[in-house]
Design a binder for this molecule. Structure first.
Ligand code: F6P
Length: 548
C-alpha cells in the first residue's frame, strides 16, 4: 500500500513545483492574454476565476492527471450510491440525499433513503408553518416569538451561518437565537430578554451526548420550568433533532417533537437535514427548499461536468497545489458581503475537521502537507486589520475572495466601493509593486533621494499571492446552497487526493475524554487522578484560588 507520493502525476507535480515556484504570475499573464477564459468556470449562479494562481496549462494537466490516477470519479459515484466510504465509522456519506441527489430506490440500514428524507422534510414543513403562523402555542397559550437553537459544531455553525447570510429574506415571523458555548455567559445573556411563555428551544445534537449541548439544554429546561412551575411545559417548548431518540426522550422531550438524523449524515454536512430547522423557521419552508435546490444543482454539476470544468474539483486541486506542493500553510476565506460574516468559521469546521489529519485511509502515516489551516474574516474589515500580512509577510496565504454582482441591500455607492476594494485587493495581491516602480512613483511626487532610499524597501509588494474569486450573481437561498455544496464537494475531492478519510473526526475525542475526567476532579477536590505536573498544578491552583 502506498500513499500518493508513488504516483506518476504526483512526482510530476513535485518537479513542476520546484521549477515553477520562482515564476511570477505577472509573467504568466504577460505571456498568455487568455488566462481568464482558460482558468475560469461560469455556472448559472456563480463564477469562479482561478487565473490568479501560480498555475499554467502544464500544471493543470498534471493536476487533472492526478484526479484520474486516484479515481475521483469512482469515489464520487460510490458516495452518491451510498457505499460505506466513511471507512473508520463504517457509514455511508449521503448528505447529498437530503437535497434529492440519490437514486430513488437507495436503501441504507433497511430504509429507503428518499422516503425517510421526504418524511422528515414534510415534518419540517408542517412544524415550521405551524410555529410561523402562530398555531404552535406555549404553556400559557401564547404564540412563539423566539426560537433558541441549542447545539454546537455542525449542529450550530451551518444553521447560524445560513440564517445570518439570508437575514434579508426573513419576514421576522420569529426571532432566531443560537446558544453553542457552555460558558454560562451565552445562555444567560440570550435568555435574559426573552419571555419563557413565548420561547421554543431546539436541542440539536446528532449524538445527544455532547456535554456542552446537554448542559445548555438542562439549563434552558430549568429556566422554563422555573417560570411555568410545571414540567409538562417542556413538551410545548422543546423539540430535538437527533439520531439518539432515547436520550432525547429521557430528558423529557416528547417523541413526536423529535426530528430524525441519520448515521449517514455527518454533523458538519447536516444543515440540509432537520438540523436546518432554524432556517425553515426563520425564512419559511420555501426558502429552505430553495437552499436545498441550489445545493442539488451543484451536486449535478459535480456529478456531470468534465473535471477540467468541474468547480469543486478545480478548487480542491488548487488547494492541494498551493498547500502540498507550493507549501502554503494556511488559507484565508474573505467574503465581501456583510451577511457572510460566519462563512470562515463554518468552513473552518468543514475543512479542518474533515481533512486535518495525518494518517491515510489505509492507516499509514502521511508525510506530505494535508489541509491548510483555514481562517478568515469579512474582507473589508480584514483590509484594515490583517491584510498587511497578506501583502507583505514572508508567508504566502492563498485566499478565496467571495462576493456578489448584485447587492440584496442596495444603498447608493456602497456596493461599488465594496466591490472596487474586492477587485483591487486580488489585483494587488497578484501584481504587487517592485522597487523600481516604487522609486519612480516617489520621484514623481517630488520626494528627496535620501527619503526614497530609506522608504523604498518598505513599500515593495512582492505580489504573486494566489487568490480565487467566487462571484455570485446575488446572494439568495439558491446561490448560497450552491456555494456551500461547492465547498462540501471540494473537501471531499481534496480528501481523495490526499488519501484521507474525510468523514470521521477522531481527533476531537481525546480532549473530550480528558475534560470529562478533569470535570469530576474540579467538582470533587478529594478525587485524585494522575496528570502531568503542569495540568496537576493548574487544577490545584484553580481549587485554591476558588477557595480564597
Ligand atoms: O466534537 C466534534 C463534533 O462531534 C462535531 O463533529 C459535531 O458537529 C459536533 O461535535 C456536535 O455533535 P452533536 O451534534 O452530536 O452534538
Amino acid at each position: 500500500m502506498h500513499n500518493r507520493e508513488s504516483l506518476a502525476s504526483w512526482q510530476q507535480l513535485v518537479e513542476l513545483a520546484e521549477q515553477k515556484k520562482h515564476q511570477h504570475m505577472n509573467e504568466l499573464f504577460a505571456k498568455d492574454g487568455d488566462r481568464f477564459s482558460k482558468f475560469s468556470i461560469q455556472l448559472p449562479q456563480i463564477l469562479l476565476d482561478y487565473s490568479k494562481n501560480l498555475i499554467d496549462d502544464e500544471t493543470l494537466a498534471a493536476l487533472l492527471r492526478l484526479v484520474d490516477e486516484v479515481n475521483v470519479s469512482q469515489w464520487r459515484d460510490k458516495m452518491f450510491a451510498g457505499e460505506q466510504i466513511n471507512k473508520t465509522e463504517q457509514r455511508a456519506v449521503l448528505h447529498t440525499a437530503l437535497r434529492g441527489s440519490v437514486t430513488s430506490d437507495l436503501q441504507v440500514d433497511g430504509e429507503n433513503v428518499r422516503d425517510s428524507v421526504n418524511a422528515q422534510l414534510a415534518k419540517i414543513k408542517t412544524f415550521s408553518e405551524k410555529v410561523r403562523q402562530g398555531h404552535w402555542l406555549g404553556y400559557s397559550g401564547k404564540r412563539i416569538t423566539d426560537i433558541v437553537n441549542i447545539g454546537v459544531g455542525g449542529s450550530n455553525l451551518g444553521p447560524q451561518m445560513v440564517t445570518e447570510a439570508l437575514k434579508h429574506y426573513s419576514d421576522n415571523s420569529v426571532n432566531v437565537h443560537y446558544v453553542s458555548n457552555v460558558d454560562g455567559a451565552q445562555i444567560v445573556e440570550t435568555l435574559r430578554p426573552l419571555d419563557p411563555q413565548k420561547v421554543l428551544f431546539i436541542v440539536s445534537s446528532k449524538t445527544f451526548t455532547t456535554t456542552e449541548t446537554m448542559t445548555n439544554a438542562r439549563t434552558a429546561m430549568q429556566w422554563l420550568t422555573a417560570a411555568s412551575f410545571d414540567e409538562s411545559a417542556i413538551a410545548k417548548h422543546f423539540v430535538a433533532v437527533t439520531s439518539n431518540k432515547e436520550n432525547a426522550m429521557s430528558m423529557g422531550i416528547e417523541q413526536e417533537n423529535i426530528f430524525d438524523m441519520w448515521d449517514w449524515v455527518g454533523g458538519r454536512f447536516s444543515l440540509w437535514s432537520a438540523i436546518g430547522l432554524p432556517i425553515a423557521l426563520d425564512l419559511g419552508f420555501e426558502q429552505f427548499e430553495a437552499l436545498l435546490a441550489g445545493a442539488h444543482e451543484m451536486d449535478e454539476h459535480f456529478m456531470s461536468a468534465p473535471f477540467k470544468e468541474n468547480m469543486p474539483v478545480i478548487l480542491a486541486l488548487l488547494s492541494l497545489w498551493n498547500t502540498t506542493f507550493l507549501e502554503a500553510k494556511s488559507q484565508a476565506i474573505l467574503p465581501y458581503d456583510q451577511t457572510l460574516h460566519m462563512l470562515a468559521a463554518y468552513l473552518q469546521q468543514a475543512e479542518m475537521e474533515s481533512n486535518g489529519k495525518s494518517v491515510s485511509w489505509d492507516g499509514e502515516a502521511i508525510d506530505y502537507a494535508t489541509v491548510p489551516s483555514i481562517w478568515g474574516e469579512l474582507g473589508i474589515n480584514g483590509q484594515h486589520a490583517f491584510y498587511q500580512y497578506l501583502h507583505q509577510s514572508n508567508n504566502v496565504v492563498p485566499a478565496d475572495f467571495i462576493g456578489s454582482v448584485e447587492s440584496v441591500t442596495p444603498v447608493k455607492g456602497h456596493h461599488e466601493t465594496l466591490m472596487a476594494n474586492f477587485f483591487a485587493q486580488t489585483q494587488a495581491l497578484m501584481t504587487g509593486v517592485d522597487e523600481s516602480q516604487v522609486r519612480a512613483d516617489l520621484k514623481a511626487k517630488g520626494r528627496t533621494d535620501s527619503y526614497i532610499d530609506m522608504v523604498a524597501p518598505h513599500k515593495v509588494h512582492q505580489g504573486n499571492r494566489p487568490t480565487n474569486t467566487l462571484l455570485l450573481n446575488r446572494l439568495d437561498p439558491r446561490s448560497l446552497g450552491g456555494l456551500i455544496a461547492l465547498y462540501e464537494h471540494k473537501i471531499f475531492v481534496h480528501g481523495i487526493l490526499l488519501k484521507i478519510c474525510s468523514f470521521d473526526q477522531w481527533g476531537v475525542e481525546l480532549g473530550k475524554g480528558l475534560a470529562a475526567k478533569i470535570q469530576t476532579q474540579l467538582e470533587d477536590e478529594e478525587l485524585q487522578q494522575a496528570h502531568d505536573c503542569s495540568t496537576e498544578n493548574l487544577i490545584r491552583y484553580y481549587h485554591q484560588a476558588r477557595a480564597n
